[in-house]
Design a protein around this ligand. Structure first.
Ligand code: FCX
Length: 434
């Protein structure tokens, strides 16, 4: 895949030079101000990181290199039913350009050629109990490949700083190529008695993943193309992306930094929310004794969840202040491809019910659904009912964004990340002095 690498190298070198000059001339320019609430409140909104691959607007949602989700759906090369191929998004995030169908096909072939798993991945996973959480298996599967890291090997051999991005690119391409196989292996060993399905090298990245999971329905392939595209990146400050960035800044290789990020994605306030949503809906259905709850019944159940001191999974966001366009894209998919699903109707009724109730609490900054509110119901429809697996799918997609961003970081020569912490005594002293 020399064309992608060459194209990236040219763009990265130009930006490296430009940013050096900008830093030199404007390095002391004030770009932000920090208030106490941000220090004690999870660093919300503090601008402290360069992240080329995407940017999040609180009202509009995510843009990948300037393109919104509807634009991506229209412009990127797609599968037979028109859903974008994630390969195209990866290309866009690295180069800033919309690739041609031929460029995307070449990238598919490149990833296929890199996708064979070393035996130690299967051996490591098979040593775990079948019921180990799929996200635990996922990080162990990733770490089992770390001994193959080109970046770590070349660093030990004395690689020059100017070659970091090249080694990082090769590791990232290998890792992305292999992740669907690792993830499918986990799914089949955990939920299908170890009855594994060999890869089909004639298929694109997402369709092959769908195939290895065990569903060759063309609609499911389309869902996987869309799903793996829209979960890929959400700028740099979210917990999984920021973790990959932080760990990568120490020059830990992409296997080490990506697996660290997956441990952040595995938290219920982040990626694990996709399993929590469907678990909460299934519990509601069981509790109410009906698969078609009314909005009034849903409202009662929502109130019980809130009264128990719990959050409503799939709702709220640290940055977004409108319904998440990733939720909307999944809703549009369901409207186009799926008819008569009680579960999906329930997701839509929850969407009509929850926001005013969260708003009424007076403290929730964003009462609207996020990406995780819809995905589970789509997956259940296509037979992926084992919800403890859902965050692995999110993780496979997230690799595209965070690893592309990691290649950018190494190419731009980003330094070790080291923000400042303070003690409560320091804060009190500042207030006294003021
Ligand atoms: N249900 C109930 N209460 C909620 C809520 C929800 N969905 N969302 C926020 N709140 C509460 C907070 O718990 C907090 O309460 P407190 O003051 O008593 O501690 C208050 O509202 C203010 O929180 P807010 O500033 O609005 O939200 P944060 O930026 O702190 O947190 C998350 C954002 C996403 C963590 C929060 O909205 C939440 O817990 N949502 C449910 C879990 C979820 O869906 N996570 C997935 C997010 C994302 F899409 C992803 O990463 O995948």
């Amino acid at each position: 895949m020399e064309s992608l690498k060459k194209k990236f190298a040219a763009k990265a070198l130009a930006l490296y030079t430009e940013m050096r000059a900008i830093n030199k001339e404007h390095g002391e320019r004030k770009m932000d101000e920090v208030v106490l609430r941000q220090i004690t409140g999870g660093a919300r909104g503090i601008k402290m990181m360069l992240w080329e691959t995407s940017q999040l607007d609180a009202n509009e949602g995510i843009r990948f290199r300037g393109y919104s989700i509807p634009e991506i759906k229209k412009l990127l090369p797609s599968g037979p039913q028109g859903e974008p191929k994630p390969e195209g998004l990866f290309w866009l995030m690295l180069t800033g350009e919309i690739p041609t169908a031929e460029e995307v096909n070449d990238l598919t072939k490149d990833w296929q050629s890199r996708s064979d798993l070393p035996q130690q991945v299967m051996t490591s996973l098979d040593a775990l109990p079948d019921d180990a959480h799929p996200m635990t298996q996922f990080t162990i599967g990733i770490m089992a490949m770390q001994s193959d890291s080109i970046f770590s090997r070349r660093y030990a051999e004395g690689m020059s700083k100017t070659d970091y991005w090249d080694a990082c690119y090769e590791d990232s391409m290998n890792l992305i190529a292999r992740l669907p196989r690792v993830a499918a292996y986990i799914y089949r060993r955990s939920f299908h008695g170890g009855d594994h399905i060999p890869a089909d090298k004639s298929l694109d990245w997402a369709a092959n993943f769908a195939h290895m999971l065990g569903n060759d329905d063309e609609d499911f392939r389309s869902l996987m193309r869309l799903y793996l595209t829209i979960h890929a990146d959400h700028e740099g400050g979210n917990a999984s992306a920021h973790t990959v960035n932080l760990v990568g800044s120490t020059l830990s290789d992409p296997y080490l930094s990506f697996s660290a990020g997956m441990n952040a994605l595995a938290g219920p306030l982040h990626g694990l929310a996709n399993q929590e949503v469907i678990k909460w809906i299934f519990e509601m259905i069981e509790n109410l004794g009906t698969k078609t709850p009314t909005k009034e019944q849903i409202a009662t159940y929502v109130q019980e969840t809130l009264d128990a001191g719990k959050v409503i999974p799939g709702y709220g966001h640290a940055v977004l202040r409108e319904p998440d366009p990733r939720f909307t894209a999944q809703r549009r998919f369901a409207e186009e491809y799926i008819k008569g699903s009680d579960l999906i109707e329930t997701v839509w009724k929850i969407f009509d019910t929850v926001p005013p109730m969260l708003q009424a609490l007076g403290k929730v900054k964003n009462p609207w659904p996020n990406v995780d509110a819809h995905s589970g119901a789509l997956l259940v429809h296509y037979g992926i009912k084992e919800y403890s697996y859902y965050t692995v799918l999110f993780g496979v997609s997230r690799a595209l964004g965070v690893l592309a961003a990691g290649i950018w970081s190494r190419a731009l020569g980003m330094p070790l990340e080291r923000p400042k912490s303070v003690t409560s005594d320091w804060i009190k002293a500042q207030l006294k002095d003021a």
